[in-house]
Design a protein around this ligand. Structure first.
Ligand code: AMP
Ligand code: GLY
Length: 425
């Protein structure tokens, strides 16, 4: 079969890598992809947000299955448009994608389903929002309602900070329409974990657990990023916690989405806070995490493609997935300056040396090739991913690989996996 993956990040490289390994796939395309993806798929020069362009290209090129990676096209209705054009497409229809597209929608669904999550209120008026913050006190969390490319959340440790975030969104308009309303939430205390399932609206299949490092600096300090590193499994998600998450968060949400007539299908990624009183939902995403996808695909031993097809075809009850007992760990390498501004087209050398060990896979997130020279094209640029007997071993291999790379303008955190390694003892 002929498959099109949509997106250009490390997640999409990992998806392409897994899909290209499937004996079912005769030809793989990726739009727009990146330099690393070009080694295993044919690139298509269309942006992930260009839904009309992608649909017509897909029809012209006899694509049998379409796999969107990022949330933006899903929220904008790419699955609806592909299906209407007769192209089977993984992922939720726009109605289901609202679980990520609107924080208000997600909180309403969570409340209707009785899902444990932070208490919240929605505001469009700045003085009312400030009054609520004054009443609740800090710490408190302010979120732009819509998609803000991961930048719409302020965890305010003081009421002053909260008020600035409110004014920026509601008066300053810094998030545009996405910040025309804000959700103000109770601050949840605990450790975060990433929990992904595949669901076709009836069957639900949990995937491997993971933990991500969202802050840019060592010791989880500095500004939030898309994710600076990740590992799987995450032992904080014990089998008891996993059972609780399935029973109190995932199951009721799938049921509630069916009740509303907008069944959810695709990958549902719950961002969890493991609190002293059990797991609570922070947010839903309607796509794989990035870099969570990189560690999950590295640990997956089964063919991914039948699982994706079954999710779309409502046949998921037939699927079981096998995972490596080994651990996987990804160190994200980014261009100096990320998550603020950073230069483009900085030269990266010795990629082959970095990938020489059998335990290493390099997932490209923002590269291109100019003749024999690799260049950076983004903030997050590479995901150096290692398999190991333990997280500590995977970490050692990943940093050995990082140190073989010659990229003067790149940086990474040096402590990916620290929580788990402390637990491994
Ligand atoms: P989100 O974009 O909703 O994932 O939020 C980004 C980050 O903000 C999360 O990964 C958490 O670290 C933090 N966060 C979001 N909501 C809360 C909350 N209610 N309590 C504590 N931290 C939160
Ligand atoms: N790594 C976090 C995310 O993909 O949202």
């Amino acid at each position: 079969m002929r498959v099109l993956v949509i997106g250009s990040g490390g997640r999409e490289h990992a998806l392409c890598w897994a899909i290209a390994n499937s004996p079912m796939v005769t030809k793989l395309f990726c739009a727009p992809g990146n330099g690393g993806i070009a080694e295993i798929a044919e690139l298509v020069d269309l942006r992930a947000e260009d839904i009309d362009g992608l649909v017509s290209w897909t029809r012209d090129h006899a694509i049998d299955f379409c796999m969107p990676g990022p949330e933006a096209p899903l929220v904008a209705g790419i699955a609806d448009a592909m299906e209407a054009a007769g192209v089977p497409c993984f992922g939720p229809l726009a109605g289901g994608a609202q679980l990520e597209g609107s924080k208000t929608f997600m909180k309403e669904v969570a409340d209707a389903a009785g899902v444990p999550t932070a208490q919240w209120r929605r505001f469009t008026d700045a003085p009312e929002a400030r009054a609520y913050v004054a009443e609740q006190g800090a710490p408190i969390v302010i979120k732009a309602d819509g998609l803000a490319a991961g930048k719409g959340v302020t965890v305010a440790m003081t009421t002053d900070e909260a008020n600035v975030a409110i004014d920026d969104a509601l008066l300053g308009g810094i998030f545009g329409e996405a910040g025309a309303s804000v959700v103000i939430e109770e601050f949840l205390e605990g450790e975060e974990a990433s929990f992904h399932v595949l669901t076709d609206g009836e069957a639900v299949l949990p995937l491997a657990t993971a933990q991500d490092h969202k802050r840019v600096g060592d010791g989880d300090t500095g500004p939030n990023t898309g994710g600076m590193g990740c590992y799987s499994p995450a032992s904080i998600v014990t089998s008891e916690i996993e059972a609780q998450v399935m029973e109190t968060i995932i199951g009721p949400t799938v049921t509630e989405m069916n009740r509303r007539g907008t069944p959810f299908r695709g990958v549902l990624y719950a961002g969890l806070m493991i609190t002293a009183t059990g797991p609570k939902l922070i947010e839903f995403n309607v796509r794989f995490g990035d870099p969570e996808c990189q560690v999950m695909m590295t640990r997956l031993r089964s063919d991914l493609v039948p699982a994706l097809l079954a999710t779309r075809d409502k046949e998921l009850h037939h699927i079981a997935l096998r995972w490596h007992d080994k651990a996987a760990l990804t160190v994200v390498m980014a261009t100096q300056g990320y998550p603020a501004s950073y230069p483009k087209d900085t030269p990266i050398n010795d990629l082959d040396a970095a990938e020489a060990d059998e335990s290493i896979t390099l997932f490209h997130a923002g590269t291109r090739r100019d003749g024999d020279q690799w260049l950076s094209t983004g903030g997050r640029v590479l995901g150096v991913t290692a398999l190991g007997e333990t997280i500590a071993q995977a970490q050692t291999s990943a940093y050995r690989s990082v140190d073989r790379l010659d990229w003067p303008r790149g940086f990474c955190r040096r402590d990916i996996g620290w929580r788990e390694i402390a637990r491994e003892g």
